[in-house]
Design a protein around this ligand. Structure first.
Ligand code: IVH
Length: 677
């Protein structure tokens, strides 16, 4: 029998250990043990106390075992969303970027001035100054809501807490990238995988004193809200804030045209390893802020900027096998299983082969020696095959015509390209268990229901254990069974339950995106949500008669074409899809789409464009109409208020139809007058 002294000693050790791990978990965001190990420790302490009553009297356990705070930092809405950047990987992508800008702005020549800055690989933050005083400091969060990390940001000595200048806007929001220099990182290599993680870990410390211990610094690169706006160029803005005391990157410069873009890219890439901070590309921005405003944003990124990434890291390896994967739309993707190789610091054992045509074109075979590349976060790709190393017994790869579920696959005819698709598909939907599992992964993903902690691997695990067979099972999980699984403890289960509960409240557009109708991405889901407004109206699609009428009306929506309409029809012609959607509707709390009443000269007006304009592109005309409260339709209907007719090649039939329906027809010059009035 253990002596009382020994039992007490052991117990005290466990309490100390619990305190340490609590602090690592809650304060430092850096747990050293798994959730289940943590749970075991707690269980052991409770069991010992139960067995030896005298331990309880020591009162050591009190106030330690609390539940985790659900939110470490206060959440604050950004004044303007913090978007991300589109990526370019080569000269062609950059030419595309320039072309899109020129098309949107309807410019004839190509000499738009760009401002080029290194893309710092750190953590973004935004600093809000009211009357020159730093009053808020937020992390990016999800881009719309950030976390209040002001006290931590204040520990960065070269971030001004007061702007010492007379002529400053009442409100100015400075966007910056916080990082750790390579030199400083070298002494903390043991604790963090790379400088970026170290900077993130430091910035998210609960205790600012911990942040202060890690030498963070920053470069300012942009702005959010500015009132009143006094700048007209990105370069001018950076120069000014530099005079006010903010750090800006010295390698930034004005650039014109593709040749200069390529030269700068090469020049900075050559310098890259000699810099004392990590960069992963160059950001090219339209320098003129008025043009930036005209160009505006797509849903996730500005049209006026792109990140030209440094060249993909490459490596040579061998194909061990070629397997087939089934995607959520039934797409059959061949994947090369390769001998593990490190590409840019990450061990790679799979590379995508895209589709059947790609395998044929490159004549890729099992056993081949190949070069692979990893660009950004995308799945590694096969660049080339070294035929000289090929075994003469090797055979061409025969692409299977059946899905993993046994069903025949098909290449569909695309109405938009008028060609046969390159991709083979299994058309069984939820009846194919491989497709079904991928659909589940889509439903829980960040852009859909956003169930934190229910990632792809967990779905795989729960699916294999038959804990989840269809989407509504997510909300009826057998937690007793999960509790018994390796890696799952009370804490992680509690977190999962909370995340699942949170995900039940969802906007209509996200719901429409979640159910995974082919060709209905995030943008189209928003357009549909604007049309249906409520889940009740959307549910009318389940009924064949209603559906026919609704689909006819959808033709009016700009952005929704024949492909989307056919796809919605075929989705709801399938009984299983309807049942799965209905089950989800029963469980979820789907909020009506709120139409933001944008005031302006076209408030609540429905507008359609035909023909090309002299002064602006169709895309810009559309964006102006929407920014002024208008709604742009894609076809003539009674609901239309204006048909705006551009001078270049308008469709006569549309003008005639509009006249018959008594719709106001507006010429290009009238349109320009309306804009300037
Ligand atoms: S401009 C609307 N400029 O890259 C987004 N971003 O992928 C405008 N970044 O969240 C971003 N250096 O954290 C811009 N010179 C630079 C940057 C930069 C690093 C980061 C930033 C942003 C992310 C976008």
């Amino acid at each position: 029998m253990d002596s009382k002294k020994k039992i007490t000693e052991n117990y005290k050790k466990k309490i100390e250990s619990l305190k340490k791990h609590n602090s690592l978990y809650f304060d430092k965001d850096k747990p050293e043990i798994t959730d289940s190990e943590y749970d075991t420790l707690k269980k052991e302490i409770n069991a010992t106390e139960k067995k030896y009553n005298f331990l309880k009297k020591l009162n050591l356990n009190k106030n330690i075992i609390g539940s985790p705070p659900s939110n470490k930092f206060k959440k604050i809405n950004h004044l303007k969303p913090m978007l991300s950047l589109s990526n370019a990987f080569d000269k062609k992508d950059m030419l595309d970027f320039l072309k899109k800008i020129n098309n949107f702005l309807n410019l004839k020549d190509n000499d738009i001035e760009l401002y080029c800055e290194p893309k710092i690989d750190g953590i973004s933050a935004t600093l809000i100054y009211e009357k020159g005083i730093l009053t808020k400091g937020l992390s990016r969060g999800d881009g719309v809501v950030g976390e209040d990390i002001l006290e931590n940001l204040k520990t960065i000595s070269n971030i001004p807490q007061k702007i010492q200048s007379k002529n400053i806007p009442n409100l100015i929001e400075i966007r910056c990238e916080v990082f750790i220099s390579k030199k400083n990182f070298s002494s903390m290599k043991a604790s963090f995988a790379n400088p970026r993680n170290a900077a993130g870990g430091s910035l998210r410390q609960k205790n600012p004193k911990e942040t202060a211990k890690i030498p963070l610094t920053y470069f300012a690169y942009g702005f959010g809200a500015i009132e009143p706006m006094t700048f007209s160029k990105q370069s001018e803005f950076l120069k000014k804030i530099n005079e006010w005391g903010f750090n800006i990157n010295e390698l930034s410069k004005n650039i014109n045209g593709i040749e200069e873009i390529e030269n700068q890219h090469k020049k900075i890439n050559d310098l890259r390893s000699s810099l004392d901070y990590d960069i992963d590309g160059l950001v090219f921005k339209v320098n003129d802020l008025n043009l930036q405003k005209r160009l505006g944003n797509t849903s996730n990124s500005p049209r006026w900027a792109t990140a030209y990434k440094f060249s993909a890291e490459k490596a040579v390896t061998k194909i061990k096998d070629i397997i087939i994967q089934v995607g959520r739309t039934g797409a059959i993707t061949p994947v090369a299983k390769v001998e593990p190789v490190t590409v840019g610091g990450v061990v790679v054992s799979n590379a995508t082969l895209h589709n059947e045509d790609e395998i044929l074109r490159k004549d890729i075979r099992v056993g081949d020696t190949i070069q692979i590349q990893r660009a950004g976060d995308v799945i590694p790709q096969v660049v080339s095959v070294d035929i000289s190393k090929r075994n003469n017994k090797s055979k061409s790869f025969m692409f299977p015509t059946k899905c993993l579920c046994g069903a025949e696959t098909k290449k569909e005819f695309s109405k938009s390209t008028k060609k046969l698709d390159a991709v083979r598909r299994c058309l069984k939907g939820y009846e194919c268990k491989f497709t079904a599992k991928e659909k589940l992964k889509h439903i829980v993903s960040k852009e859909a229901l956003n169930v934190e902690g229910l990632g792809k691997k967990v779905i795989d695990q729960f699916w294999d254990l038959k804990l989840i067979n269809e989407p509504s099972d997510i909300f009826n999980l057998n937690y007793e069974k999960i509790n018994k699984l390796d890696g799952w403890g009370n804490l992680s289960i509690k977190n999962l339950k909370n995340a699942i509960d949170r995900s039940k409240k969802i906007n209509l557009d996200k719901f429409i995106y979640s159910i995974g109708i082919r060709h209905i991405g995030q943008e189209n889901a928003k357009i549909l949500a604007q049309f249906f407004i409520s889940i009740k109206e959307f549910s009318k699609l389940f009924n064949l008669n209603y559906r026919k009428t609704i689909l006819k009306n959808l033709v009016d929506l700009d952005g929704i074409g024949e492909t989307q309409i056919d796809s919605i029809n075929s989705f709801f012609s399938n009984k299983i899809n309807i049942k799965i959607t209905q089950d989800l509707i029963k469980t979820l709390n789907i909020e009506d789409h709120i139409i933001k009443l944008v005031g302006g000269k076209f408030s609540n007006k429905k507008i359609m464009f035909t023909g090309g304009f002299q002064n602006m592109s169709r895309s810009e005309a559309k964006s102006i109409a929407e920014n002024n409260g208008g709604k742009v339709l894609g076809s003539i209907s009674k609901k239309l208020d204006y048909l705006v007719v551009g001078d270049s090649k308008p469709t006569k039939k549309k003008i005639d139809q509009a006249k018959i329906l008594n719709i106001k027809v507006i010429s290009e010059s009238d349109w320009n007058k309306m804009l300037n009035s």
